[in-house]
Design a binder for this molecule. Structure first.
Ligand code: CA
Length: 261
């Protein structure tokens, strides 16, 4: 009997380990370094101070752009990275930040103003508002909750109806706090994140907070002009398993495929 129980415990433990999507290096526990293949480029609005980027139905990108007096939200034409199909401008006292799609609504943060606006993705008409405490940087959805960054190492998991924080996660890279987390994108059980003023994207385990993958995108600078600002903006294209990435005042959106090594 004891032997049987030991076997059951072993099997349960093994299953639990398999369920955890830990893709860190098995020998060191460190984040795995990935590389990327450049699949395509799309023209990007070069005056966009890109804060949030997300892909909706029909290959349609939504983008939020920051700065006081210039903040706005756009829906682009299907397949385009720069042709605007619809636009809404924010009042001059608001600074647009992270953007995501959740349950047929767009959610837009406003940095230090503590307000998350909801919009109809088709018309960009305002549907409502929610409130948060502190700074709002990046935003994504895991299909159930919203996940928000605030410029620190902390991510907050929020109730999509009330925007109340249900749990928080401290993000670490190889055992050290990883701060300045910015734009976010939930992809297949991992949280992909920009890090403010770094040309690196990381993939975070939503349970442990550990960075399990990182990819250096600094080579994209070779295609950009000198005044291209911070790398920021991650959208995911499920049909091709590719990422659309760009930056503030970047001239292009780059479609990339992540790969081993
Ligand atoms: Ca995103």
């Amino acid at each position: 009997m004891l032997r049987f129980l030991t076997f059951v415990v072993f099997v349960l433990t093994a299953c639990g380990a398999a369920d955890l999507k830990d893709t860190t290096d098995a020998t060191t526990g460190d984040a795995r370094q990935l590389s990327f293949e450049l699949v395509a480029t799309l023209p990007h609005r070069p005056h966009a101070f890109t804060q949030g980027l997300v892909l909706g139905e029909n290959n349609t990108l939504f983008e939020s752009s920051g700065n006081y007096g210039k903040s706005h939200l756009v829906r682009l034409e299907p397949g385009s990275g720069h042709r605007v199909a619809a636009r809404t401008d924010l009042p001059a006292y608001l600074f647009a930040e992270g953007l995501t799609l959740h349950a047929d609504a767009l959610y837009l943060l406003t940095w230090k103003a503590g307000v998350c606006f909801l919009y109809d993705p088709k018309t960009l008409q305002k549907l409502g508002r929610l409130e948060y405490y502190g700074q709002g940087w990046g935003l994504t959805s895991n299909g159930r909750q919203l996940i928000m960054s605030n410029g620190s190492q902390e991510l907050s998991f929020r109730n999509a109806r009330t925007f109340e924080t249900e749990s928080t996660l401290n993000v670490t890279l190889n055992g050290r706090a990883l701060t300045r987390l910015n734009e976010l994108e939930w992809v297949n059980g991992l949280i992909y994140a920009n890090i403010w003023y770094e040309d690196t994207i990381v993939a975070i385990d939503p349970v442990s907070g550990r960075v399990v993958e990182q990819v250096d995108l600094s080579a994209l600078r070779n295609y950009e002009h000198k005044s291209a600002d911070a790398l920021n903006g991650i959208a995911y294209k499920p049909e091709s398993n590719t990422f659309l990435v760009t930056g503030k005042y970047w001239s292009q959106i780059y479609e990339i495929k992540l790969q081993e090594g």
